[in-house]
Ligand binder design. Sequence first.
Ligand code: HEC
Ligand code: HEC
Ligand code: HEC
Ligand code: HEC
Ligand code: HEC
Ligand code: HEC
Ligand code: HEC
Length: 320
Amino acid sequence: MMIKGMRIQALIWMFFFMIANAGLFAQQTDSIPENVKENQKCLKCHGNKYYSYYNDWVEGDVRERMNPFYVIDSAEYYNSNHKTFTCIDCHSYEYEEFPHPGYLRMEPSYSCMDCHGFGDEWAKFNFEEIQSEYEKSIHSQKHNETFSCWMCHNPHEYKISARTEENIKEVIAYDNAICLNCHADIDEFMFIAERENPNVLETHDWLPNQALHFKSVRCIECHAEQSDTLLVAHNILPKEKAVKKCVECHSDNSLLMASLYRYQAKEERNKAGFFNSALLGEYYVVGANRNYYLNLISIVLFGLVVLGIGVHIVLRIINK
Ligand code: HEC
Ligand code: HEC
Ligand code: HEC
Ligand code: HEC
Ligand code: HEC
Ligand code: HEC
Ligand code: HEC
């Protein structure tokens, strides 16, 4: 019932969004977008560590500290996927009141699927498949009540990276920060699971040159089930199923070509005979970047050497 209500709400919302967007175009002379002005009402408090309000009881302005978890970085916000939104597109308009009415804290949040579960516009992201992969993941399986898409996709900051960012190192840093947000922060981790957070540096000490690996591959390369249809795999497997074998990457058919370099791999053919040439732009992965022609030449040379030795032996036998 609740869910159905939410969906209809979302549809109505989308309709208004289109109208609002049309409105934006109509008044382009005005340089500050309407939603930025609108959001200022909220960000004057939620954009800072401190806020002030007029207190009717004491009849004067009062200055208070803002809960640090409720502070929103407006630079990140206006760079995010949902930068064109007003706060009250996702939150109740009743938040315009202060103090906020107490019952609002029980207001349910939208899910991604409420807005992205229909329409061709989002087809390329394949939300349905992401949703079902996510439901199979260890996070969802173990902590269905607290975990949601928002845990990895901060509603006020999330921005697509792998699809649009050209610099692979940036993508790796961005994506890994999402995981490390919890896996390197004991409070965030314990918000979900009531146990000590294992130290990721210690649990990966079997990996040589760990710092380099964490900068050169994403956590999901080793921890998510490979997907043929998704650009970003979303089924995080239990730790027993994580990739530990070096040859999975350090070989001709490196898994990196199907995951991290999926986008590049489709466009580039094997350049100048190098295996996995898409990898070469960034670095040389031992075992994965052998050259076809060099391989061929070495085989020919080896053949010639064997032939030479053979001829030599035959000549010596004849001479005896
Ligand atoms: C005068 C300062 C002020 C303004 C303006 C303000 N807020 Fe808040 N907001 C707070 C404070 C303080 C809290 C912490 C909890 C509380 O006091 O209700 C809060 C809490 C919240 C919460 C978390 C509620 C919870 O308990 O989970 C949301 C969501 C929120 N505000 C949204 C908004 C939105 C959206 C706007 C603009 C329409 C807005 N706020 C405007 C000060 C403000
Ligand atoms: C795309 C939808 C969306 C937009 C736009 C949005 N929020 Fe939120 N906001 C959420 C969701 C979802 C949560 C709950 C996050 C969670 O469950 O982890 C949230 C949580 C919050 C909280 C509580 C913090 C917390 O961690 O629980 C505050 C405060 C807040 N939003 C304020 C704002 C303000 C101010 C704006 C506008 C500048 C805004 N939000 C715009 C979706 C949105
Ligand atoms: C309240 C409706 C709503 C919710 C909830 C919502 N989105 Fe969106 N999302 C939109 C709309 C509308 C746009 C297009 C914004 C624009 O073009 O300015 C968008 C844009 C995006 C884009 C960017 C597309 C592009 O081409 O740049 C991605 C990715 C995205 N959303 C993912 C998510 C994810 C993941 C979630 C949940 C964690 C989510 N959205 C929740 C409505 C929503
Ligand atoms: C465990 C963390 C995690 C969870 C949970 C999660 N995601 Fe993601 N998601 C990521 C990461 C990491 C990326 C890669 C971001 C990038 O580089 O664009 C991503 C990317 C995406 C993208 C962009 C993919 C593309 O093709 O460009 C969408 C859409 C998305 N997620 C939707 C969802 C939805 C919907 C849910 C919930 C059903 C969800 N995600 C849950 C971590 C997560
Ligand atoms: C919101 C916090 C949070 C985020 C973000 C997050 N995780 Fe987790 N993750 C957890 C918690 C908590 C557990 C422990 C679940 C349990 O055992 O109860 C966990 C478990 C895991 C496990 C399974 C460990 C085992 O015992 O089998 C792996 C692997 C993992 N996470 C990888 C990732 C990856 C990769 C990302 C980023 C794409 C990520 N996580 C993002 C909180 C998070
Ligand atoms: C080269 C592959 C690889 C990479 C990259 C990698 N992991 Fe792992 N990870 C593993 C393997 C294999 C295990 C299982 C280790 C074991 O059981 O001894 C593991 C274990 C874990 C565990 C479970 C630890 C425990 O004891 O509960 C978590 C959580 C985890 N990794 C998170 C991450 C995060 C976050 C990142 C990115 C910063 C990451 N991993 C990068 C292969 C990798
Ligand atoms: C998920 C893919 C992946 C896995 C699994 C993996 N590696 Fe790597 N490895 C890489 C990448 C990518 C680099 C980065 C090369 C660079 O930046 O020059 C690298 C770099 C290295 C380097 C450093 C080479 C140098 O130039 O300094 C060594 C050594 C190495 N790996 C050994 C291993 C060993 C041993 C294992 C198994 C225990 C392993 N790797 C597993 C992807 C992987």
